[in-house]
Design a protein around this ligand. Structure first.
Ligand SMILES: Nc1nc2c(ncn2[C@@H]2O[C@H](COP(=O)(O)OP(=O)(O)O)[C@@H](O)[C@H]2O)c(=O)[nH]1
Ligand SMILES: [Mg+2]
Length: 208
């Protein structure tokens, strides 16, 4: 039963991938814990992309409500809200439906903010070009060790709020070592949405 659901999700993820690629859209599944800065990061990245002439759209995924959706709209970003109800992750069906309802003409980048947690989204790829995990120093320095699955599945990982590392007494090097042990081929990008540190690097990785 569980295997069927995962297989069906993967099948529809392939369909979403084809759909987005045929429209010339580069897509990013933004996963990460609650409060790590996913919404703030997407808004900040969108501003840089807009300056570079790229049109951005966002699918805001949350269990309930439209707080993030409202923040995206306030920032002038074209957005679509998806509530998952009881589910702790978005799935390919939800994205398929959202894509059908959105006006994606001219959109070059689509960010999909997944439901905030480091467990459920790992098993449900959505068909995006990139899967990015955002953690932050306010969650401590053991996130990578405690949630290896999601870091294995994602091709991009970001440690955000490094401007607060000193206050939180978090050892950034330790997080980087943990990540390197898990993914020797990848780099954990250090960012601060507050200061702008690392944002260009993230965009570079997403455009790669
Ligand atoms: N100091 C600092 N605060 C940040 C940074 N990124 C996000 N925040 C703040 O962290 C809080 C949670 O951010 P939000 O984007 O809502 O997190 P989300 O739940 O992952 O979408 C907000 O108050 C943000 O302003 C950062 O790099 N540095
Ligand atoms: Mg958010």
């Amino acid at each position: 039963m569980e295997i069927d659901i995962l297989a069906e999700n993967r099948h529809l993820a392939d369909h979403n991938r084809e759909k987005m690629r045929s429209m010339g859209i580069r897509s990013v599944d933004v996963m990460g814990s609650i409060g790590s800065g996913k919404t703030a990061m997407i808004i900040a990245l969108s501003k840089v992309l807009a300056k570079n002439g790229k049109k951005v759209a966002v699918i805001a995924g949350d269990v309930t409500g439209q707080d993030d959706y409202d923040r995206f709209k306030e920032a002038g970003i074209s957005a679509y809200n998806v509530n998952t109800g009881k589910e702790c992750h978005l799935d390919s069906t939800m994205i398929d439906r959202a894509l059908d309802h959105m006006d994606l003409r001219g959109v070059g980048f689509l960010f999909i903010e997944n439901v905030g947690n480091l467990v459920c989204p790992a098993d449900f790829p959505l068909g995006t070009d990139h899967r990015m995990v955002v953690i932050s120093v306010t969650e401590g320095d053991d996130m990578v060790r405690k949630h290896p699955m999601i870091f294995q599945d994602a091709d991009l990982a970001v440690l955000n709020k490094v401007d607060l590392a000193g206050y939180m007494e978090v050892d950034v090097d330790r997080v980087q070592r943990d990540y390197r042990t898990l993914r020797p081929d990848r780099e954990l990008i250090l960012t601060s949405v507050r200061t702008g540190q690392g944002l260009e690097r993230v965009i570079h990785a997403l455009e790669d």
